[in-house]
Design a protein around this ligand. Structure first.
Ligand code: AMP
Length: 253
């Protein structure tokens, strides 16, 4: 690995603030991309959907409250999702995280911003993938029933590459629930991106490509952001100066 790339990772390990949220339609590849980005930045990847599914699996009070709503493809109560993800972000918040699937609405963005306190969200990345492409990806999606790892196109009876458990379609990846989730996402996205562009830095990344190509664009987006190289102690959103929206790999934002 070259000096500049490696130096950047080392900076992350010294405690650079990188509170990154990633938005995108279901099936846009957020999970895979967030995982790769979090590893590269040496911060935690927290997925709202995974946190909620874990709550359902463990039979926690949050899990019991959200199970039926999730199966219908509807949005879970804002405070319940925040509590589910906060269980995983918790003490790590000051050193950074890559958050996937939260916020999905302006109300959730405000709740997260309040909970984070000083500094708030550093960077929002919007992963842009056309509807037809995500519908096709979701209909092929197969995930581990225990750890949630994606195994696109896995044959019936396949087991997880990571933990060895059974791989199967997700309960909410039926055609009716897929359509409901995409329509709901699109309804909320315009207001959310408008709010985010006023309150943090928002970068659109073209996600309609190979995972490797998209990962390269995500990394370019992060590197283009000033907080990426600023140590925690000198990192504060005191100036109020904001980037204009930037598009990475997109011909139009
Ligand atoms: P996902 O894994 O992102 O497709 O999310 C699966 C399900 O979890 C969604 O259909 C919702 O029911 C619920 N969910 C995930 N993230 C959120 C969120 N930010 N707000 C409300 N519900 C959510």
């Amino acid at each position: 690995m070259g000096t500049s790339g490696f130096g950047f990772v080392r900076t992350a390990r010294r405690g650079t603030a990188r509170r990154i949220i990633v938005l995108g339609r279901q099936g846009s590849g957020k999970g895979t991309q967030c995982d790769a980005l979090a590893r590269r930045l040496a911060v935690r990847h927290v997925s709202a959907g995974d946190a909620l599914r874990r709550a359902v699996r463990t039979g926690s009070p949050i899990g019991s409250a959200v199970e039926a709503i999730m199966e219908a493809g509807e949005l879970v109560d804002d405070n319940l999702v925040l509590e589910a993800i906060w269980d995983h972000i918790g003490d790590e918040a000051p050193s950074g995280f890559v958050l996937d699937g939260f916020p999905r609405t302006v109300e959730q963005a405000k709740l997260l911003d309040d909970r984070l306190g000083t500094g708030g969200i550093d960077l929002a990345i919007r992963l842009a993938v056309p509807v037809e492409e995500v519908v096709s990806r979701l209909s092929r999606r197969r995930v581990c029933t225990v750890c949630g790892l994606d195994h696109p196109g896995a044959e019936p009876g396949a087991t997880c590459d990571r933990c060895g458990n059974q791989v199967a379609p997700r309960a909410d990846d039926n055609p009716t629930a897929i359509r409901a989730r995409l329509a709901l996402y699109d309804r909320n996205e315009t207001a959310l991106t408008s709010w985010l562009s006023r309150h943090t830095d928002l970068i659109s990344v073209d996600g309609d490509s190979t995972p490797e190509a998209v990962a390269g664009r995500m990394w370019a987006a992060v590197k283009s952001h000033p907080s990426a190289l600023v140590p925690v102690n000198s990192h504060a959103h005191a100036t109020g100066s904001r980037f204009a929206d930037v598009a990475v790999g997109l011909s139009a934002g």
